[in-house]
Design a protein around this ligand. Structure first.
Ligand SMILES: [Zn+2]
Length: 346
């Protein structure tokens, strides 16, 4: 079928509105989704600029890996989904067969595609082809608000779960970098680990204010973090959730308490200098965290609904000027929460 989409033809140049061909389900397990919300992620910026080359990413391409919408049609072998169902699309389209997939670690699968990043067009379009219904999770919230859950919501959920074994009553936890992921992280921490003190870190006063509104107990500039941690927990912070991931944010590692952990999620820098002496002597853990599992996504969808977690969304119509303007604002960090493209309007 034909669908309108914003197409990337030249790295770093504005996306162009074009009509693309979208594959349709046959006698198979595929599902066609009418895209209601497509979140715009910082990863999209790197793909747009061409600074993050990936296998399976060839121009022209359609970005968008944070997708939610309504089932339009289903293949003959699809079970449990029908037209009209509202769904969130899990972004790691793995093969289900490898040793990692078999233990619910699809994000570690070497044979994976990500819509909008590799092999399949993403959701900056009216319709999205999903090759397997098992990548879908039903939702009962507005798909526009749900879209960022596919990456920002899930990645932060999985990161908080990895942090939990290191947190104890009285812990200080540092949330380094305030953006879409931190907006969920702070809300999760308040509800999942109400016994910890949350310190958010950002260079932007506007984002520090926002972090406090989201539930951070303290919000400080990078240069103030050391004194703040020492005041709250003289032994150090139990966990740093690092949503920046560059040489600047790595400078916070010595602020950990003995046995503390860095959960590294952000990938802004090429290198991440880890202080050898402190890390060995005080037995710090450095844990990479990428997306989450599909069972974590199902758990997160229930948690969001039951605990009133809010998505902070700025709606962007599926329009050339509007989306390119949003990409530029995202690059400059001029957005609180997530831009979500709304191909169906609203
Ligand atoms: Zn696999």
């Amino acid at each position: 079928m034909k669908a309108r989409a914003l197409v990337l033809r030249e790295f770093g140049k504005p996306l162009r509105m074009e009509t693309i061909d979208v594959k349709e389900p046959g006698d198979d397990e595929a599902v066609l989704i009418k895209v209601v919300g497509a979140g715009m992620c910082r990863t999209d910026l790197r793909l747009w600029a061409g600074t993050e080359p990936r296998e399976g990413f060839r121009l022209p391409f359609v970005l968008g890996h944070e997708n939610a919408g309504v089932v339009e049609s289903v293949g003959g072998k699809v079970k449990g989904f029908k037209p009209g169902d509202r769904v969130l699309v899990y972004a790691i389209w793995a093969n289900w067969g490898c040793r990692y997939c078999r233990i619910d670690k699809c994000m570690q699968c070497r044979d994976q595609s990500i819509p909008g990043q590799s092999n399949y067009y993403g959701g900056y379009a009216e319709y999205l082809y999903v090759p397997d219904y098992r990548y879908l999770v039903k939702i009962d919230i507005d798909p526009v608000e749900a879209a960022p859950l596919a990456d920002a919501g899930l990645t932060s959920y999985s990161a908080v779960k990895k942090a939990m074994p290191y947190l104890h009553p009285g812990s200080t936890v540092v949330v380094y970098g305030v953006g879409g992921l931190a907006s969920y992280t702070i809300q999760y921490l308040r509800r999942m680990t109400p016994y910890v003190t949350i310190v958010a870190v950002s260079r932007s006063d506007e984002k520090l204010k926002w972090a406090e509104e989201l539930g951070a107990h303290y919000a400080v500039h990078p240069g103030e973090l050391g004194d703040m941690v020492k005041k709250l927990s003289p032994e150090g912070a139990s966990v740093i959730l690092d949503f920046v991931g560059n040489g600047d944010s790595a400078k916070a590692i010595p602020l950990l308490e003995p046995g503390g952990a860095v959960i590294l999620v952000g990938m802004e820098g090429r290198d991440y200098p880890i202080p050898v002496f402190d890390t060995v002597a005080w037995q710090f853990a450095v844990i990479g965290s990428n997306y989450g599992s599909i069972s974590e996504m199902e758990e997160m969808v229930r948690f969001i609904r039951d605990h009133g977690i809010k998505s902070y969304v700025e709606r962007v119509p599926l329009d050339e000027d509007a989306v390119n303007e949003a990409l530029n604002r995202l690059r400059e960090g001029r957005v609180l929460g997530r831009f979500v493209i709304t191909p169906q309007g609203g």
